[in-house]
Design a protein around this ligand. Structure first.
Ligand code: HEC
Length: 353
């Protein structure tokens, strides 16, 4: 029987030739197991172990990425149950504060001379009143007033307040947004600003009390601010947050008040013609009050200590041009302020002695 050469596997390998013995090269020096054709049990186990640990590594990697994504998500939108903890909420909040503090500066530069540094009113009506801030001074109304000017408020074509927003006024859309943001700012929002009274940096906070609820007895705010003064009022409405300094001017000579006679006060161009008056203490006296401002309501009220003190007596509010004589009851000796209830910037000092 002829053996077919090469049928036996060993036969197919070339016969070892000692002279051609392979030179051992370092890079081929892998262990015999890897050069083996086929798997040993040991090798198979090793492969299983290796793929097990690479699956573990992949799992760790995926978990890491997942945790990162989750963490970043909460970092962006905030942690559940923690208000304003997200970066986006903080960024939004920062933007609000920036608008409000810009609006505050614009207000102090353009509006405070008429509406008061604290919005307590003056030539222009009170703005810091909680009843007004509740609904009357809403963003849309404020925008209309600033676009059209004071005539929007009561339809008075000769209103003292000009238009503020372009094209009729000097301020642009964004600046008006900022003023509105400031006027509506809640009192728990604070920021660094300049206190107009001292000129020093100070912590400024908004006027509006977000928790304010309308007292059941409160009268609704009329559309035209002058209507609030239509009836003779006995006590001026308290404006929260209102503060100011007494009239600094002492230039005008005190008008003499011989006992039993009459003090004359005239209001013109939203100012009193006197800043100091003297009356006899403990004696009733009269004030002859002339309102020369056509269509603008004024009165004289006497306040404890200074024009910003509590009212001790309030004269009837009259629309100009008219003259009224007030009978004022006796005042104990002391210093008082006299003020126009409608225009708190009209004020002076009254001394009873
Ligand atoms: C020259 C004085 C003056 C200046 C400056 C001024 N105002 Fe006025 N403002 C008035 C007067 C006066 C009224 C009342 C309008 C009327 O009936 O004629 C008024 C009315 C308003 C009202 C409506 C109030 C209400 O109770 O309905 C708002 C709001 C207002 N002003 C905001 C501003 C803002 C904001 C600024 C600054 C950009 C400003 N004002 C600057 C005088 C002024």
């Amino acid at each position: 029987m002829t053996e077919i050469p090469g049928t036996e596997p060993e036969e197919r390998l070339p016969a070892p030739r000692p002279d051609l013995a392979p030179v051992r090269v370092e890079r081929l020096a892998s262990p015999p197991s890897t050069r083996r054709f086929g798997l040993t049990g040991e090798r198979a186990a090793q492969i299983v172990r290796q793929s097990g640990s690479s699956r573990w590594a992949a799992f760790l990697g995926v978990s890491f990425v997942a945790l990162f994504v989750l963490g970043y998500y909460f970092y962006e939108v905030g942690f559940p149950g923690v208000a304003d903890s997200g970066r986006m909420a903080k960024a939004q909040q920062d933007q609000v504060v920036t608008d409000v503090s810009r609006g505050y500066k614009l207000y102090q530069a353009n509006c405070s001379r008429c509406h008061g540094e604290q919005g307590q009113g003056g030539i222009g009506p009170v703005l810091n009143d909680q009843m007004k801030l509740l609904a009357h001074l809403n963003p849309q109304y404020l925008r209309n007033v600033l676009q059209v000017g004071g005539r929007y408020v009561c339809g008075d074509a000769n209103s003292l307040m000009p238009a503020w927003e372009q094209p009729l006024g000097p301020l642009n859309y964004q600046e008006v947004n900022e003023i509105i943001a400031w006027l509506r700012a809640p009192n728990d929002l604070t920021f660094e600003g300049i206190d107009p009274a001292t000129g020093e940096p100070a912590r400024i906070s908004g006027w509006r009390d977000p928790n304010f609820v309308q007292p059941p007895t409160a009268t609704p705010v009329p559309n035209c601010w002058k209507d609030a003064f239509a009836q003779p009022s006995t006590a001026p409405s308290a404006s929260p947050g209102a503060s100011g300094s007494p009239a600094p001017s002492g230039s005008a000579a005190p008008s003499e008040a011989p006992s039993g006679t009459v003090i004359k006060i005239t209001a013109q161009n939203i100012a009193f013609d006197v800043s100091e008056i003297e009356v006899p203490a403990g004696q009733p006296f009269q004030i002859e009050f002339t309102n020369n401002d056509a269509g603008i309501p004024h009165n004289v009220a006497i306040h404890e200590g200074s024009p910003t003190g509590t009212a001790v007596w309030t004269g009837e509010i009259v629309n100009g041009v008219t003259t009224i004589t007030y009978d004022v009851p006796a005042l104990p000796a002391g210093t008082y302020g006299f003020v126009c209830t409608v225009h708190p910037n009209m004020m002076g000092t009254l001394t009873a002695k």
